[in-house]
Design a protein around this ligand. Structure first.
Ligand SMILES: [Zn+2]
Length: 60
């Protein structure tokens, strides 16, 4: 999606991608729960896959 590519140029942070669908994950987002607050993980808004901060798929 073009909006994410634009953001990638503006912020010099490592962007992780969904391990399942390769969707770029935004750095700034609302944590889905305490596990994401604790581990800094993310939930893909495209397919719902949960991952850790390195972009590895998590089971819970
Ligand atoms: Zn995904």
């Amino acid at each position: 999606m073009s909006i994410f590519k634009h953001n990638k140029l503006k912020i010099n942070l490592k962007i992780i991608h969904c391990p399942k669908c390769n969707e770029e994950q935004p750095k700034i987002r609302k944590p889905k729960g305490w596990t994401e607050i604790l581990w800094g993980g993310n939930t893909c808004k495209n397919c719902g896959c949960k991952m850790d901060r390195l972009g590895n798929e998590r089971e819970k």
